[in-house]
Design a protein around this ligand. Sequence first.
Ligand code: C5P
Length: 236
Amino acid sequence: MNRDVIIACDFPNAGETLAFLDKFNGESRKPFLKIGMELYYGAGNEIVKEIKRRGHKIFLDLKLHDIPNTVRKAMKVLSALDVDMVNVHAAGTIEMMRAAVEGLTREDGTRPLLIAVTQLTSTSEEAMRRQLLIDATIGDTIIKYAENAAEAGLDGVVCSPLEAGIVKEACGRDFLTVTPGIRFADAAADDQVRITTPARAREIGSDFIVVGRPITAAADPVAAYRRCVEDFTGEL
Ligand code: C5P
């Protein structure tokens, strides 16, 4: 699996998304894109199909979490959309994650990559203890959830780039780490707290970095994307 930069297309509608993508029309390298809940619930399968038609790979970031049977059937529908990466909450249990793999797998044996969310970065240890009655450190739950995902046959996890190394230690070098929280060294952190640069993310062991505002809000998004790819992959 080649490491790659995934642009988070956090736009509210299809019009703004496609206007942004038009800037990349002259590029030979079509960026890998992340479509999240806001855009998917607003613009639906049509935007997914249009972006695939333009030749981009898609990470459909819908974070499924339901009973195994429902997740299996929902994943079958997403798999037919021909997206390249999807995700679930590891909190749904190993049984749910196994059902997700089954649902995603097409008749010819192929399937999109399947990644688990471990603990959301918005969840604090305090909230885990008081609200969820989980008496463990966040770090321990991240490793345990990643191990559960590996046991269920998933391809990797979403995690902080700073955790990519320990996840690889626990789950093996081939277990993918998909990491948001990326900023250029000379840029604002925005609302992200635990951040690192594309080059440092590569050193720690990220396979995919998810980059939003440093590219989408840049004065020259194409130049920012190229800089990210060069720093992270060493290519271009
Ligand atoms: O604009 P920025 O680079 O901060 O965007 C990062 C993207 O990654 C957003 O789509 C955000 O929702 C997502 N994300 C994150 N932290 C997580 C999981 C997802 O920033 N733990």
